[in-house]
Ligand binder design. Structure first.
Ligand SMILES: Cc1cc2nc3c(=O)[nH]c(=O)nc-3n(C[C@H](O)[C@H](O)[C@H](O)COP(=O)(O)OP(=O)(O)OC[C@H]3O[C@@H](n4cnc5c(N)ncnc54)[C@H](O)[C@@H]3O)c2cc1C
Length: 224
């Protein structure tokens, strides 16, 4: 029996690889005996170590498969190859890694994400069905509101910065000042470095203790 955090490396069969928005995909791998905690990640290995990339597991601890939500970066090294994988193909994956796990599932949680940074939140809700959860998800376009239906069961605040929308138009930083937050809330921030930096500064100014803010940085938004 594998212990939590024993790293497992295996050739995983691709079960599906679906395009869910113009640039968004969800790939599903066979799980074998990978044990992980919601919020942890896997590495998907490319043809050389230079192509290895980290991806949060978007499925729950009890799910039969490993889901990964990813965005195609046409100029990137790995994702243009990932989109070509078909059911029955294999990819080398290893994990689990990381510590972006729920610290206390009894505390109210505010999860603030940009883009594919919503992936850990999807894993949390699949693992902890009764979380006291508020979700703030910032995207450029409405079609990038991944897992919208599943997350709408919670207090759900989508923020759309570009294009036509009837939803809140703006960035997450335009919205979070209006949130009512109860004492003891834990904040989880995931996605672009710039958003995490800005939100953390806002929360600090609102008097939120650093000890209750947990972050997972994925990428720099403006370095392309
Ligand atoms: C801890 C961690 C967890 C991550 N989890 C995920 C995940 O669950 N899903 C996911 O899509 N990515 C995730 N990433 C980013 C991922 O590892 C890759 O960087 C990304 O998929 C692009 O890979 P690439 O080789 O195609 O492009 P790269 O050559 O790695 O990246 C090129 C540029 O694309 C931009 N970029 C990278 N990732 C994204 C993104 N997700 N959205 C928008 N712009 C981006 C950055 O500006 C980056 O410099 C995570 C990164 C880290 C550090």
């Amino acid at each position: 029996m594998r212990a939590m955090n024993d790293v497992n490396t295996y050739s995983a069969e691709v079960m599906s690889n679906d395009r869910i928005s113009p640039f968004g995909y969800q790939i599903r791998f066979e799980r074998k005996d990978l044990v992980f905690r919601s919020g942890q990640l896997i590495s998907i290995h490319g043809d050389s170590p230079l192509e290895d990339r980290s991806y949060t597991i978007a499925s729950g601890e009890g799910d039969a498969c490993i889901d990964v939500l990813y965005k195609l970066i046409p100029e990137g090294r790995l994702t243009p190859k990932l989109v070509t994988l078909k059911p029955g193909d294999r990819a080398c994956i290893s994990g689990p890694y990381g510590q972006f796990v729920i610290r206390d599932a009894l505390k109210p949680v505010v999860f603030i994400a940009t883009g594919t940074g919503i992936a850990p939140c999807r894993s949390y809700v699949r693992t902890y069905g009764d979380l006291n959860l508020t979700v703030v998800h910032g995207v450029r376009r409405e079609e990038e509101l991944f897992y919208r239906e599943e997350l709408s069961k919670y207090a759900y605040y989508p923020c759309v910065s570009q294009g036509d929308t009837d939803l809140f138009k703006g960035r997450v930083t335009d919205l979070i000042g209006n949130l009512t937050v109860s004492d003891g809330t834990h904040f989880y921030l995931c996605g672009a470095y710039e958003m995490i930096f800005d939100v953390q500064s806002m929360l600090q100014k609102m008097g939120v203790s650093d000890a209750t803010i947990f972050t997972e940085e994925y990428y720099y938004q403006y370095d392309l």
